[in-house]
Each structure stands twice: as structure tokens, then as C-alpha cells.
Write a protein that binds this ligand. Structure first.
Ligand code: ARG
Length: 572
């Protein structure tokens, strides 16, 4: 795609023969029209009007007259000041399919990132609390971005910045000492710990002397008290055990679980650096950094001398710059933390080189509301991810068995479909869009859902099986020029977009671009499937070419879904 844009820009440039306009400027404006009627690429001539002192339509016409089209482009049209370019179908069909057939599972991968270091910091729950729907959205987004960058040849580092430090641990320790005998920690330790926290927090809020005890506990923990450290380690361990179970299900990968506590002994240096630079300002006993007129200052030390969340984030930036030499460091959190990261990124200008300052990016996601129903009741509004996953798998199994009662490994398939449905549902929406979550919609096989795309994959597999296709068949000579039906050509053009889609998803940190593309591929395949026979064809040459197309589709769907964290069953 990008190569094609370059090629078109070069042709336009040559035709213009005007040294006030550069190829790069032209290339930046070459677009892929939404409606295929307007060609495969188009170039708006409006921005040239000023420079060339002529109307867009006249300019477009004169370019058309002078342009020399390469053989990949079959024609160019002028429509209302746009130049619309049409790719030569024969050429596209052959190049795209032979590329996929040759590269197989590697199709779509590239070295765009050139080994640059990208940190994706995601999930990062506060320990001793159950995982909720927001964390789930965060985690699937992060895992998808991780794999998108990886596929594009970046060196990706997945970090889980656990919320495992702060005064709340003084509260939990106090509560644990008092109430632990009332709970069954073997059964559901996180539910127990979060309940203890809620109870103790209430007590502390009502009674300042209790809060003092909690503060004292945390101070002892900060100083390395043996008993309290052991308790804290226990809280962290049981939390991680539970989270990791979920991460395994979602396919998320982390290179490190160093959370806030990890920076406990690394903040001193940060304060020193900032102090030496003279940027720490006294403000009612606290030490703050001025981060410009549009935001409140970034607090680094509170008036009692203790550090805060932001201090740990500053230490983390310094540590990550040194340890990972990052080109990009992406943070995924809910929108509530927008101000926090603006302040921290601004304050970090006093701490790390420009390269690192520029690499800091905050990615946010919208809220998830529940359609009222069973899932929203337990414990107020908190929905437990385990319940949700189990429910999704159970429902998926019912649906699958109702369609195919003899399916082998129904449990395994149900797991892939249930979890895939949840994951896909989050990712097909723009990350910042609020979602109203409805499990039944998510699991529908006929909408824009994960199961629909998974089912399309299964269909490619069963078509190939019925046609007696073997991967070795691809080594034989295949006559791609036989693929001339509109549905065939459209599908191939769709498959061609894969790499470009991945690049855009990375540039915008927006996995929904990939998820929506998967729906387009599936829809395009359905149109092909409805119109074009494969297994029953008598013409062996056409059959071989169509099998290659079906195979290529299966490659793109499986890989694209895999990047999004949705596994494909072979049958369902
Ligand atoms: N633990 C935080 C929360 O649950 C998110 C951490 C985000 N990352 C960071 N570096 N501050 O809200």
C-alpha cells in the first residue's frame, strides 16, 4: 500500500513538473477512498489550487493529460477535483496472492519498526483487589498493541506497573491483623482482601487515630519492617496468582511486574536530580514542580515528606530510559488519569533527555457500562471478571452445541469462542468510545462479532478440506489470472491492506482499526463464498487458484485475530 502511494505520488509529481511542490507533500495527501467506486487510491487537487493559481478541476485534468501510468495502474479518472486511480486487477491478484502464498504465516509482518524499543505498559491493577471490566479492557488493548508493534518489527517490552504501594497497604495490614480469621483465604483471597480493605478503610475514615495506625503501618513497611514486608509479599503473591490466570487466558505477555513498590528505593535519586536543577518549589510545606499555567503543579513530596504516585512514575521514567532505552513508552489507563500523565510527562522534562520525553505517550480508553442484568448485581456495580468469563464460555458452548451437537473438544472451542467474543467486543470499538456491554450481543454469530470472524476462519478451513487442498499444492504453478470475478478481486484487494492496516493501528495506537478490518475481510469472504464455488469445481486450474485465495484468507484472519488476542478454533 505504502509503496503504491509512493509510486502514485511520483507519477503525479512528474506530471506536474512544478518545483514548488515536493513528492512527500503529494504522497501525504494520497488516500484510499472509502467507496471502491472512487478507485483504489485518490488524490485531491484542492491544495494545489493556491500554489498553481488554477482550479482543482483544471489541475486534475492537466495532470491526467500528462501522467504516465505504470503497468500496475490501469486507469485514472477525474471526479470533482479528485484524481481517482484504479489498480490493474490482474496485477494485484497475482502479486498479492503469490506474496501471501510465499510468506504464509509471516504475511503482514515487516521490519517497519527496525528493532526500535517500544514499552507497552498495560493492565497495572491495584493489588489486593479483584480484576474488573475496566482492567479487562485495558489488558486486551495492551496485549493487542504489544502484538501489533511486535508484528511490525519493533522490540516490544510489556510492563505491568502494579499498584502495590501506598497508604492503602497500611490499611490492609491493619485490617488483616484484625479480621483475617473471618475469611477463607484459600477460596478467594482477593475477595477477602478487598472486603477487609473496604471495612478497615471505613473505620479509618471515621476515626483519625485508626488512620494514624494505618499510616504508621505503611511507614514501617516503607522502612522494610520484616513482618509487614512478609504480609505485603503475601498480598502481592495471591493477587498476581489470580491476575496471571486471567493473563494466560487473554494471551497477555509481560516482561516485568515491577510495580510502584519497585521504585521505593529509586525516588531519592529523582528528588536529588530535581533539587539540584532547582525546579522543586516549596508550596505549603510540600515540594512541587511547576508544569505550566494550564495545570496544577506536580506534587513530588507531600508536606509530611512522603512520596506519592507521581513521584514513583517519575522514578519509573528515569529507570525505563536507562534500562530499556525506549523510543516509545506507552501507558494505558482509564481517562481519569489524563491530568496525572500530563503533569508527570511535563515534569519528566527535568529528568530525562529529549528522546525519552518525546517517546512518552498516554493511551486512554472509554468506560464500560453494563446493560442491567444478572452480571451487574453482585457486589454493587463491580463485575467480577471470572464470573463474566465463565458465563461467556458457558453461553458459547450452548450456542456451539446447538449448531453442531457432535463437535469434538466442545469445551476447548467454547473457551476460544467465549473469551474471543469478549476480547473482540472491546477491540472493535474505538478505544475511547464508551461501551454498553451486553454478553448476548457479543456472542452473536451473525453480527460484527468475534465469533462471526472465527466462524469465517472455520469456513475457510472446511472449504479447503472439502476441496482436498494440501499446503504443498501451493508449490505448484497456479494461474491467478483466472480469478476475475468481482468478489474474488475485492477479497484479494482486502487481503492486500493487511500490512497497511497494522501500520495505521500502530501509528494511532488503535487496535480497533485492525478489528474493523477483520470484519471487512470476513464480509468480503462471505460475498466470495456465496458467489463462487470451490470444492465442486470441475476446472482444476480455477479450483487451485480459488483454493489459494481461500488459504490466503485463512492466513490473514488467523493472524489478525491472533494479534488481537482472539484464538481461532479449527472447527466450531
Ligand atoms: N494502578 C493504576 C490504577 O489502577 C494504574 C497505573 C498506571 N501506570 C502508571 N505508570 N501510573 O489506576
Amino acid at each position: 500500500m505504502e509503496e503504491k502511494k509512493k509510486m502514485i505520488a511520483k507519477c503525479i509529481y512528474d506530471a506536474l513538473n512544478n518545483n514548488e511542490i515536493t513528492i512527500e507533500e503529494i504522497e501525504a495527501k494520497v488516500e484510499v477512498p472509502k467507496d471502491k467506486q472512487n478507485g483504489d487510491f485518490s488524490y485531491p487537487c484542492f491544495n494545489l489550487a493556491k500554489v498553481m493559481k488554477n482550479s482543482p478541476v483544471n489541475i486534475a485534468n492537466s495532470i491526467k493529460e500528462n501522467i504516465v501510468l505504470p503497468e500496475e495502474i490501469s486507469k485514472v479518472d477525474v471526479v470533482n477535483g479528485f484524481l481517482n486511480f484504479y489498480l490493474d486487477s490482474d496485477n494485484v491478484v497475482a502479486t498479492v496472492l503469490s506474496k501471501i502464498v510465499k510468506e504464509k504465516e509471516n504475511y503482514g509482518s515487516s521490519n517497519e519498526g527496525n528493532g526500535k524499543n517500544v514499552i507497552v505498559e498495560y493492565s497495572s491493577p491495584n493489588i489486593a483487589k479483584p480484576f474488573h471490566l475496566g482492567h479487562f479492557r485495558n489488558t486486551v488493548l495492551g496485549k493487542a498493541l504489544y502484538d501489533i508493534y511486535k508484528t511490525l518489527g519493533y522490540n516490544v517490552i510489556g510492563l505491568n506497573h502494579l499498584g502495590d504501594w501506598g497508604r492503602q497497604f497500611g490499611i490492609i495490614i491493619e485490617g488483616y491483623k484484625r479480621f483475617k480469621d473471618e475469611y477463607d483465604f484459600d477460596k478467594d483471597p482477593l475477595a477477602a482482601l478487598s472486603d477487609i480493605y473496604v471495612r478497615m478503610n471505613k473505620i479509618c475514615k471515621e476515626d483519625e487515630s485508626e488512620m494514624d495506625k494505618a499510616r504508621e503501618n505503611f511507614k514501617k513497611l516503607e522502612e522494610g519492617d520484616e513482618e509487614y514486608t512478609k504480609l505485603w509479599e503475601y498480598f502481592r503473591e495471591v493477587s498476581l496468582k489470580e491476575y496471571k490466570r486471567i493473563y494466560d487466558l487473554l494471551g497477555s505477555k509481560f516482561d516485568s511486574y515491577n510495580g510502584e513498590a519497585f521504585y521505593n528505593d529509586k525516588m531519592g535519586e529523582v528528588i536529588d536530580i530535581l533539587d539540584k536543577k532547582g525546579v522543586l518549589i516549596d508550596s505549603q510545606g510540600a515540594k512541587v514542580i511547576d508544569v505550566g499555567p494550564d495545570m496544577p503543579p506536580c506534587i513530588v513530596l507531600k508536606s509530611n515528606g512522603s512520596t506519592i504516585y507521581a513521584t514513583r512514575d517519575l522514578a519509573a521514567i528515569l529507570y525505563r530510559a536507562r534500562t530499556y532505552n525506549f523510543d516509545k513508552c506507552i501507558y494505558i489507563t482509564a481517562t481519569e488519569q489524563i491530568l496525572h500523565f500530563k503533569q508527570v510527562f511535563e515534569a519528566a522534562k527535568h529528568l530525562v533527555d529529549e528522546k525519552y520525553q518525546k517517546g512518552l505517550e498516554h493511551v486512554t480508553y472509554g468506560m464500560i457500562r453494563l446493560k442491567t442484568g444478572k452480571m451487574s448485581t453482585r457486589e454493587g456495580n463491580v463485575i467480577y471478571i471470572n464470573d463474566l468469563i465463565e458465563e461467556a464460555i458457558k453461553k458459547a458452548k450452548d450456542i456451539i452445541l446447538s449448531k453442531n451437537a457432535n463437535l469434538e473438544n466442545a469445551d476447548e472451542v467454547a473457551k476460544k469462542v467465549g473469551i474471543g467474543a469478549l476480547t473482540f467486543n472491546y477491540l472493535k470499538n474505538n478505544k475511547n468510545k464508551d461501551i454498553i456491554f451486553d454478553l448476548d450481543d457479543t456472542l452473536r454469530f451473525d453480527g460484527e462479532t468475534g465469533p462471526y470472524v472465527q466462524y469465517t476462519y472455520v469456513r475457510t478451513k472446511s472449504m479447503l478440506e472439502k476441496a482436498g487442498f494440501k499446503v504443498e499444492d501451493l508449490d505448484k504453478e497456479i494461474d491467478y489470472s483466472l480469478l476475475k470475478e468481482t468478489q474474488e478481486v475485492e477479497l484479494i484487494k482486502e487481503l492486500q491492506k493487511f500490512e497497511d492496516v497494522l501500520k495505521r493501528a500502530a501509528t494511532e495506537n488503535e487496535p480497533s482499526i485492525l478489528a474493523k478490518y477483520m470484519i471487512d475481510v470476513a464480509a468480503s469472504f462471505s460475498r466470495f463464498y456465496n458467489e463462487c464455488q470451490v470444492a465442486t469445481l470441475e476446472d482444476e486450474n480455477l479450483k487451485a487458484a480459488r483454493c489459494a485465495l481461500v488459504y490466503a484468507t485463512s492466513i490473514v484472519i488467523k493472524k489478525g485475530l491472533g494479534i488481537l488476542g482472539v484464538e481461532c478454533p479449527e472447527k466450531m
